[in-house]
Design a binder for this molecule. Structure first.
Ligand code: FAD
Ligand code: NAD
Length: 406
């Protein structure tokens, strides 16, 4: 094969990092590289909870793809992938189709609603720029409407967040900071507003360091967040949610349910006919699909088992970025006619979760626990490091977070 056709689907962490690395490794005479993405911008999914709460504008989170991808080397196609067929080596887009020799599937995640009645129709999810902006505007609208109705409706001021995993906790952390500002703006007493986090497990952040979980819960409760742990969200209607705890059901009036209780891979992966495990492709050590050696899968669409725990590594930006580097390396080898591919080994650098812009918890460097200001600084350092890696100093200075003192 001379000058292979490489197609990359999705410009999230996995897709854009694969592209940026490839454009450094291969020249225009080595391969024809196409990047397909729904929008002409890349966004940092890890900041979407801030956009959803309204503590950070979405234009800080997204950046034009042309700012980091060299369009003289990469053919960028702004379009939506409708399907891809690994047997035919073909991708169907809303406005065309593409053939490939090598494919990188980096289409990210979608919300997993587990068939819970009413969730798809009535709940919001923090999935992308548009869904995050909708949540922010919806909350603001409800606050604005509250004092303009003769009959005051408490459901306008109750915000329910389903799931106390990292997404749910980071989101209520932002809300806890944002709600007092909204109250001031819309003449509402803070005590009238409820932020309720519902978690099915006996504690939020199940499996995370217990002392840090306790710190997080105390910090958030002090800012007025209510936790309902050991409580399953069972149903969502336009004006309420139903939860079940100790076999007792409770209905909470709310116009705003944000579902943050789980993700699955983009369903196009399962629909493609690639063999899946829990909706994801369990990739080989070189990140290729076992049944189709010309298909690489990275990020939330890929599943890699942690041999130590016997469970899959959680889907994170951290692992997506590391996978992208190996996928790009291996594609460059294949494009050059080689066959000795690198194997992927995950380097777990730890986890840091924000509790608003001024507080955080984390475990880094193996077992070092962080909380408060130092964890919050660490979170920003991690975010800034990504920007530096993606687009150098220029991008870091343009988009980085430097508000280290609150
Ligand atoms: P994504 O980054 O989601 O990118 C997918 C891309 O594909 C997007 O650009 C999308 O527009 C595009 N796309 C999707 N469908 C189509 C289509 N049909 N056609 C064309 N384009 C399409 N992980 C961490 O490591 N640290 C964190 O602090 C962290 N915080 C998080 C906070 C929140 C609020 C959330 C929701 C997740 C967080 N995660 C974090 C998890 C992390 O964001 C994901 O694991 C990561 O985004 C996965 O990267 P990806 O490249 O697979 O997908
Ligand atoms: P998750 O799967 O990690 O957590 C979902 C939570 O919802 C779980 O605690 C689960 O018990 C709960 N839940 C499920 N069904 C429920 C129900 N019916 N009622 C109430 N609770 C229910 O999902 P997530 O928080 O969206 O995270 C997705 C991925 O993104 C994870 O891999 C996570 O590590 C990663 N992430 C990382 C960070 C960070 O590192 N700072 C931040 C956000 C997300």
């Amino acid at each position: 094969m001379n000058k292979p056709n490489i197609v990359i689907l999705g410009a999230g962490y996995g897709g854009i990092m694969t592209t940026v690395k490839l454009q450094k490794k291969l020249g225009v005479n080595d391969a024809h590289i196409t990047l397909v993405n729904k929008h002409d911008y890349h966004y940092q999914t890890t900041w979407l909870h801030e956009n959803a709460a309204g503590t950070l504008h979405q234009d800080r989170t997204r950046l034009p793809i042309k700012d980091v991808v060299d369009f003289s080397k990469i053919n960028f196609v702004q379009d939506t992938v409708v399907s891809f067929n690994p047997d035919e080596k073909q991708v169907i887009l809303e406005n065309g189709q593409l053939d490939y020799d090598y494919l990188v599937v980096a289409l990210g995640f979608e919300a997993a609603t587990f068939g819970i009645p009413g969730l798809l129709e009535n709940a919001f999810t923090i999935n992308n720029i548009n869904s995050a902006r909708l949540i922010r505007e919806h909350i603001e609208y409800n606050f604005a409407k509250y004092n303009n109705e003769a009959e005051k409706k408490q459901e306008r001021l109750n915000i329910v967040v389903g799931g106390g995993g990292f997404t749910g906790i980071e989101f209520v952390g932002e809300l806890a900071n944002r709600v007092p500002e909204l109250c001031k703006e819309y003449d509402i007493d803070r005590s009238q507003v409820r932020i309720i986090n519902v978690e099915a497990a006996p504690t939020v952040l199940p499996g995370f360091d217990p002392a840090l979980v306790e710190y997080a819960m105390n910090a958030l409760e002090a800012k007025g967040v209510e936790f309902k742990v050991g409580a399953m969200l069972k149903e969502c209607t336009p004006n309420s949610i139903i939860i079940e705890k100790d076999e007792k059901r409770e209905e909470i009036p709310t116009n705003t349910t944000v579902w943050a209780a789980g993700v699955r891979a983009n369903s196009l992966v399962e629909e493609s006919g690639l063999e899946v495990n829990r909706g994801k492709v369990e990739v080989q050590a070189d990140l290729r699909a076992p049944s189709h050696p010309e298909v690489f899968v990275v990020g939330d669409c890929a599943l890699i088992m942690n041999e130590e725990t016997g469970r899959p590594y959680p889907p994170t930006a951290q692992i997506a970025i590391q996978e992208a580097e190996v996928a790009a390396h291996n594609l460059a080898i294949l494009a050059g006619g080689g066959s000795q591919l690198e194997t992927f080994a995950y380097n777990d650098r730890g986890t840091v979760a924000s509790l608003g812009h001024d507080d955080a918890i984390g475990v880094v460097f193996g077992d070092k626990k962080l909380f408060g200001w130092s964890a919050s600084v660490m979170k920003k350092v991690i975010d800034n490091r990504y920007l530096l890696k993606l687009g150098g100093l220029g991008l870091l200075l343009k988009k980085g977070k430097f508000n280290f003192f609150g």
